[in-house]
Design a protein around this ligand. Structure first.
Ligand SMILES: C[S@@+](CC[C@H](N)C(=O)[O-])C[C@H]1O[C@@H](n2cnc3c(N)ncnc32)[C@H](O)[C@@H]1O
Length: 432
């Protein structure tokens, strides 16, 4: 595997004796070894590609309470407002490690998350002993995971921290510098994590590190910033437009959680979705080709065109119903029957992971007509599904929890009392 790491990245000259032994290289200058960069952080790293791996470790060790295992390597140019660096911590997540390619402001922002700052926050994360699955080769899809025991809705399949977090700001660097940061990042991971990284699929066959990141990265959000994360466990799950598992990103623990969203029997492949599935087959396939580079071979993409057209029609009808149910004006024609039809369509489409949304529509529309116990019933269902798909800190999920306890106190309560509520009167026909 190490052979795959040989790439055309210029070797930087070593500056082993650039600074006397009682000082460290910082911002291109020798600083006393007592210098504490955390005092002036997060903006004082400068372009610096001169330290070998050993030297950057030694520089980091010399600084009291330095949060990274290696001195960050950075680059900047006229496009960057702040240098873009690689920040590596080998101690993160009980020694699993992580590297972050980002500006120092964003990297130091991450240090405030419980994942870094509270030692117990990751107690339930990265426990990969006795997994409920085994790896399997699927013709046309490569490796995937199959369940080795029955999994029920809500069962955790795994929860993991990333090995790599990279910010799109890195694309402001010239290609060789961006790639150099990524390669440096992999070299700074603990050995076991490097092995996990190199075992990832390289679908596009370009630069070996960049390719593994592009083939396997998931979009995540940290403090409102879109970033990419590579997690070797979730990267083994193949895509299905009608998946049986769902994942969400938890910002506090910097972790991806994966749960079963329906019963999965032993021998069944565990799948997630890489895209928003509430779109026609043609749009889903185009999205997967464009963003992930493969022709989707899942059952709903490869069904007979007549069945695919029927499925597309149901998806369009779900969208029409959502529009009607989202209308909170006095002219709204929304009724609970519409939400019931929507739930049925989601079930028929096997979009179990998205059912939380349909149940939310139902809870709100029942609440809007003052139907307390149907509002409670659907709010509970929505929260239960939402936990698996959006996570326990999601605002909509919290809203459904509140409604489940006390519908009378929610914003939608009796909002539509006095509106007509007659089944069958409202057109929500197919869109053509
Ligand atoms: C995150 S990886 C999933 C694990 C991968 N199969 C492996 O062997 O490591 C994503 C890659 O898996 C393959 N893949 C995933 N889902 C697929 C699907 N539904 N149809 C065809 N290929 C798929 C594609 O090559 C895609 O680039």
């Amino acid at each position: 595997l190490s052979e795959q790491k040989v790439v055309d990245i210029p070797q930087q000259p070593l500056l082993s004796d650039a600074c006397p032994s009682n000082s460290i290289l910082h911002n291109g200058e020798c600083q006393p070894s007592t210098f504490d960069p955390s005092s002036g952080l997060p903006n004082n790293f400068k372009s610096n590609s001169t330290l070998s791996l050993d030297e950057s470790r030694a520089s980091a060790e010399k600084v009291a309470n330095f949060p990274w295992t290696f001195w960050p390597e950075c680059y900047s140019n006229e496009n960057t407002t702040e240098p873009v660096c690689v920040f590596s911590s080998q101690s993160f997540a009980n020694g699993r490690g992580v590297f972050i390619v980002s500006t120092s402001s964003l990297a130091y922002q991450m240090l405030k998350k419980p994942a870094f700052s509270q030692p117990n926050a990751l107690e339930r994360i990265n426990n990969h002993a006795n997994p409920p699955f085994v790896q399997h080769d699927f013709p046309g899809k490569g490796r995937g995971l199959i369940a080795n025991k029955t999994l029920h809705r809500g069962d955790q399949i795994f929860a993991s921290t990333p090995l790599v977090i990279t910010n799109p700001v890195s694309y402001q660097l010239v290609e060789t510098e961006r790639l150099r940061l990524a390669h440096r990042g992999v070299d700074t991971l603990p050995q076991d994590s490097q092995t996990l990284f190199w075992a990832l699929l390289d679908h596009f066959k370009g630069d070996p590190v960049d390719d593994r990141i592009n083939t396997n990265a998931f979009e995540i959000e940290i403090d409102g910033e879109g970033q990419y994360a590579v997690l070797p466990e979730i990267a083994m799950l193949n895509h299905d437009c009608r998946p049986n598992a769902a994942y969400f990103w938890d910002e506090e623990t910097l972790s991806h959680y994966v749960h079963a969203t329906q019963t999965i029997y032993p021998g069944e492949e565990i799948t997630i979705t890489y895209i928003n599935n509430e779109r026609s087959r043609a749009k889903r396939m185009a999205n997967l080709k464009r963003n992930w580079g493969f022709d989707c071979s899942c059952s709903s993409c490869s069904a007979h065109p007549v069945l695919t057209a029927e499925s597309d029609d149901r998806i369009a009808q779900i969208a029409d119903l959502a529009t009607a149910l989202d209308d909170w004006t006095s002219a709204s024609s929304a009724t609970p029957e519409m939400a019931e039809a929507m739930i049925s369509l989601y079930q028929q489409e096997r979009l179990y992971a998205s059912l939380g949304l349909a149940y939310k529509h139902a809870a709100e529309v029942y609440s809007s007509f003052g139907d307390k116990y149907n509002a409670i019933k659907y709010a509970r269902l929505s929260a239960e599904h939402g936990y698996l798909d959006k996570g326990w800190r999601d605002r909509d999920v919290m809203e459904m929890r509140n409604m489940a306890k006390n519908p009378e106190t929610t914003w939608s309560w009796k909002k539509r009392v006095g509106h007509k509520r007659l089944a069958g009167e409202h057109g929500c026909g197919h869109r053509h």
